[in-house]
Design a protein. Structure first.
Length: 374
């Protein structure tokens, strides 16, 4: 079986640019049981990555034949294609659209709640607090109060309390789709993918579809490949303008070591829309097969779309190093350091590789470690 390249456990953790998660649940051990839960295939055990003797952060890993090779890739989560990373101009347009709705005087509280959530998604806590204060001065019914409190608790990463607030909304209004969607978002933040999947399955049943894209993502992340591929295939038909169902189909193929199909899905996603995730996933495949010039090309395209993508930058730096472009690699590592000094660990690993090779360039990397140390 082809062995997936491992970028390092530390890197996988540092990629999550979302807010820190509180008491995350493991995918196969949900914190609560939904009354509508149905049995899903138990995910296979996690494969333990092994660092090479030279300390190469992109060294291969040991895997058991016949098992999915998962949790080793830098490209499993959609970190950078979200509201937080939109341009400020586009963020402001989204806010103005909601503010204009509020000024009409119709459904004011509903649009204030949406504006509150928009500021939370943009990580603009001060503005969100202002909207929350205005909401509390308004005449809110119990459902609106619980929804507003749920948003605030989510912003504060008090996820269990946020979950309780949303459950109150759903108890009062069992058909409140917005509440269900937000509860699924909370479960996802908790990494309780099982319960999130149940919500999207129920929403699809109740609404004759509409949520297969979300279900596709959750099931593939949770390593339910067969069910996930079915959901992704439906999502491709349901939302042909979205590249993400194709990306997650590619991820599933990659984790099953069907790399030829993974290539096709990632490339097809780029014909729909070029995204940081699609380009990074494709670049990673090229790296896995030692096609470093192609890996470099696609990592650079990914960075053009999302300059803050640390995973693409780290992938680029290592691809350049493997391609014997040591000076270029060092410059990329410097950029990584400006984004997050904690990622000095990657430069240390690169230094270890060069030092083991008795490369004269090792000294330059040692000097950069001193500059980058947090």
């Amino acid at each position: 079986m082809h062995k997936i390249i491992f970028f390092s456990v530390h890197f996988l953790f540092c990629l999550n640019v979302s807010r820190a998660q509180t008491n995350p649940q493991t995918p196969s051990q949900p914190a609560t049981t939904s009354p509508t839960s149905s049995a899903l295939t138990t995910p296979p055990p996690v494969v333990t990555p092994v660092t090479s003797a030279a300390g190469d952060t992109l060294g291969p890993v040991k895997s058991q034949p016949g098992k999915y090779e998962e949790y080793q890739s830098v490209c499993r989560y959609n970190h950078f294609d979200n509201v937080f990373f939109l341009s400020e101009d586009l963020k402001n347009k989204r806010v103005k659209l909601l503010q204009d709705k509020i000024t009409t005087g119709k459904d004011v509280n509903r649009f204030r709640l949406r504006l509150f959530k928009e500021f939370i998604d943009q990580h603009k806590d001060k503005e969100a607090q202002t909207v929350y204060g205005n909401l509390k001065k308004s005449k809110l019914n119990d459902v609106e109060n619980n929804l507003a409190d749920g948003y605030l608790l989510f912003m504060e990463m008090k996820l269990k309390k946020a979950q309780t607030s949303l459950e109150k909304v759903i108890t009062a209004e069992p058909k409140n789709i917005e509440a269900y969607k937000f509860l699924a978002e909370i479960y996802k933040e908790q990494k309780n993918y099982f319960e999130a999947a149940q919500i999207y399955q129920d929403l699809n049943k109740q609404n004759s579809g509409g949520y297969y894209e979300q279900l596709c993502e959750i099931l593939i992340i949770d390593s339910h490949h067969a069910d996930g591929e079915k959901a992704c295939s439906k999502a491709v038909v349901e939302k042909p303008a979205s590249p993400y169902p194709l990306i997650y189909l590619g991820i599933s193929m990659r984790e099953k070591d069907i790399l030829k199909d993974a290539y096709e899905y990632f490339k097809e996603s780029l014909t729909v829309k070029e995204t940081e995730m699609g380009l990074t996933c494709l670049a990673e495949l090229y790296f896995m097969e030692n096609k470093f010039p192609l890996a470099i090309l696609n990592f650079k395209k990914s960075i053009d779309i999302s300059p803050q993508s640390t995973r693409a930058l780290i992938g680029l730096a290592w691809s350049q190093l493997k391609n014997k472009s040591t000076d270029e690699s060092l410059e990329t590592f410097k950029k990584i350091c400006t984004l997050d000094r904690k990622l000095v660990v990657e430069i240390r690993k690169a230094y270890k590789v060069l030092n083991a090779q008795t490369s004269p360039d090792a000294k330059k990397f040692a000097e950069q470690i001193q500059h980058c140390n947090p």
